[in-house]
Ligand binder design. Structure first.
Ligand code: FAD
Length: 391
């Protein structure tokens, strides 16, 4: 009788309340029964499984930490556990969810007026309205804080937006996209809720990705796109407000990396116990065990780190550098874990049907989005040295 396969080696999940534990198992059940069987096929075809949205919404986990507006007002720890649970089966679905629940709803929750929250959040919580978040541009990625070229200008008919946004997840089908643009008058970054039917808003799907292929990323072009003042995020006055959203979502991406690493580790462990060479399961060889233990050590370090990160978030102690450190550490370690997972699976490690190949590819995108290793390291570096090294 072999021991159960469980990537939660230090029993972090025991910290959840009974109600949260039940919720977690519901998410796991959904991911294993509804998503796992279809995910490789959608990944291969570079398409999004729209038919899952209704059942996904029924889990009632969108905007989990927000108070009011139909949201649960739950803990950041549980929100992190949810993100990891989804990513444990598929990082694309976790990214779709992170954009909806974190980046899009979070922008409205953190920077919107009460009327804007009333208008959008309850329907977004139910996934009846799908959102996207447009910050990155074709020529401006890491340097978004000072470098945005997408512009907005207040006129008598409303705000006029011009420019392009690249990589915007969910934007090929989202009902609304949060667009961040620089005000031509005061030079500050402002946020707008742009509706898909707006005639000045056009999206082209980005094709040929080798990671997170289920996530539908778009190249958005805004051409004299007129947005009423009532759709300008009323509390987004500068990039500092955008950064508040990113602090929260970076913590979420760290958890997502944990989930992706756990999925790869558990798949690899299972495989090595079943696969036989030289007449014995390969898991019985010392060198294979060494790989597995290295993977588990990294995974456990990540889990304990994000656990404390969420505690700080729940206590109101989280700063940008804490979220950045977790994002850097976890996405870097995940890259290592998925690569070892592939290694212990030999040739089958590169076949989609064995699941780990998808994690291997997806870890590359997790590593670069929501701030690259360099940018998040510079945020931490500035905080510990007192010197900014961005330029
Ligand atoms: P660049 O900024 O061009 O960086 C290239 C390299 O230069 C990196 O290694 C970087 O670290 C390094 N570099 C840059 N500046 C410095 C410096 N000062 N010092 C040292 N090194 C530096 N954006 C959105 O707005 N919304 C989304 O929904 C979204 N989804 C995404 C989904 C995917 C799958 C991907 C891949 C990206 C997504 N992005 C999204 C964009 C993402 O956030 C950017 O790709 C990321 O911020 C990096 O920007 P860049 O790709 O332009 O790289």
């Amino acid at each position: 009788e072999l021991p159960p396969i469980n990537g939660d080696f230090y029993h972090i999940e025991e910290k959840l309340s009974t109600a949260d534990k039940i919720r977690q198992l519901k998410v796991r059940d959904f991911m294993e029964k509804e998503i796992s069987p279809i995910v490789n096929n959608y990944w291969l075809r570079d398409e999004f499984p729209f038919e899952i949205i209704e059942k996904f919404a029924a889990l009632n986990i969108c905007g989990y930490t927000y108070d009011g507006y139909g949201c649960a007002g739950g803990s950041s720890l549980m929100e992190g556990v949810i993100a990891a649970e989804i990513a444990r089966v598929d990082a694309s679905i976790a990214t779709f969810f992170g954009v909806q629940s974190g980046l899009a709803m979070g922008s409205i929750y953190i920077c919107g007026s009460d009327e804007q929250k009333q208008e959008w959040l309850p329907r977004m919580q139910q996934m009846k309205v799908i959102g996207a978040f447009g910050l990155t541009e074709p020529e401006v990625g890491s340097g978004a804080a000072g470098g945005l070229t997408c512009t907005c200008k207040k006129t008598e008919s409303g705000w006029v937006l011009n420019g392009q946004k690249k990589w915007i997840g969910n934007s090929t089908f989202s009902d609304i996209t949060i667009i961040w643009a620089r005000d031509l008058d005061d030079g500050q970054v402002k946020g707008f809720i742009v509706r898909k039917e707006n005639p000045g808003f056009a999206v082209e799907k980005i094709k040929g990705k080798m990671a997170l292929r289920i996530v539908q990323n778009g190249l958005i072009t805004l051409t004299d796109c007129v947005v009423p003042e009532s759709d300008r995020l009323q509390h987004a006055n500068s990039f500092k407000d955008t950064a508040k959203v990113l602090q929260m979502t970076r913590a979420g991406v760290a958890w997502m990396a944990v989930g992706c690493a756990r999925g790869a580790y558990e798949n690899a462990l299972d495989y090595t116990r079943k696969r036989e060479q030289f007449g014995k399961p390969i898991a019985s060889f010392q060198l294979i065990q060494n790989h597995l233990v290295e993977m588990l050590s990294n995974l456990t370090a990540m889990q304990t780190l994000v656990y404390r990160l969420s505690e700080m978030q729940d206590n109101g102690d989280l700063k940008d550098e804490h979220a950045s450190l977790a994002k850097v550490f976890c996405s870097l370690r995940t890259r290592d874990i998925v690569s070892k997972a592939r290694e212990v699976m030999g040739g089958n490690g590169i076949l989609l049907e064995y699941n780990v190949a998808r994690f291997l590819a997806d870890a590359e995108a997790i590593y670069s989005y929501e701030g690259t290793k360099e940018i998040n390291s510079l945020i931490v570096g500035r905080s510990i040295t007192g010197f900014s090294a961005f330029v």
